[in-house]
Design a protein around this ligand. Structure first.
Ligand SMILES: [Zn+2]
Length: 256
């Protein structure tokens, strides 16, 4: 299904490591990043992917999971995808989500796509929905991630959500302001019927959880039975064993 466009896309936009931009060869790890970046991928992995409710302010979602912590190289990859004209990073990052969050089998080669071999486990989800852009023409990353995940997990994708009003960028807001900013800011398009749907809601970053929660509420109001949120990365404090040594400490070690 759609194998030709996929192979064509791989020819036109050869796969690159989303963390360093290096062209991927046959030795790509999981078919989607280079060997050099493996230590960083391991270090920044969110293990287990499920996000602790204590670190976020979730409502309306049944849970949430992320492949990575939003820090260092992962942050760079997301920024490159979002604002710096490299939307193809979404393909590699979605593949990593499929492998890390859902346990898909890694793609055998760089041009491939991870295979999800145990569809029974994904039975709870019947529809993939991306978080909609805050302003028209921006924020296509969740959509690209959702499309790719839909292909890998073999779950249909739909775009029932829209933003009902202007929101401030969440970036500079504290928790309460974020909750206020997003509450009621999303709704389902007229005529949407999500009766019986168990939705997998896709975003690039989960910070407080305010955005995915507001989207989930709208999906529930549209008839969905449950909403589980997934993202490439979660903004949480890095556990101490995942932090990079401070520059001074490294130098100290080196001078010993
Ligand atoms: Zn790399």
């Amino acid at each position: 299904m759609n194998a030709l466009p996929e192979r064509l896309a791989a020819l036109i936009w050869p796969r690159r490591c989303p963390f360093c931009g290096k062209l991927l060869g046959a030795d790509a790890v999981a078919g989607c990043h280079c060997r050099n970046c493996l230590p960083e991928v391991e270090r920044l992995s969110h293990d287990p992917p499920r996000l602790p409710a204590t670190e976020h302010e979730f409502y309306a979602v049944s849970g949430a999971a992320s492949a990575f912590y939003y820090a260092d190289t992962v942050r760079y990859a997301i920024l490159m995808c979002k604002g710096h004209g490299n939307p193809w990073y979404a393909r590699e990052l979605a593949d990593l989500m499929a492998v890390r969050v859902f346990g898909a089998q890694a793609a055998p080669a760089a041009a491939g796509r991870p295979a999800y071999t145990a569809p029974g486990e994904l039975k709870p989800y019947t529809l993939i929905v991306p978080v909609p852009p805050r302003r028209p023409g921006t924020g296509t990353m969740p959509r690209l991630l959702a499309k790719r995940l839909s292909r890998i997990l073999d779950i249909p994708v739909a775009y029932p959500l829209y933003t009902t009003r202007k929101m401030q960028p969440q970036k500079n807001l504290d928790l309460n302001a974020r909750l206020r900013n997003t509450r009621g800011a999303y709704a389902c398009r007229r005529g949407t019927d999500l009766s019986g749907m168990r939705v997998l809601l896709v975003d690039d970053i989960i910070t407080t959880g305010a955005t995915v929660s507001a989207c989930a509420l709208a999906l529930l109001q549209g008839g969905a039975v449950s909403v589980f949120a997934v993202s490439v990365a979660a903004k949480e404090d890095l556990p101490p064993n995942k932090r990079l040594p401070k520059q001074g400490q490294t130098q100290e070690k080196q001078s010993k």
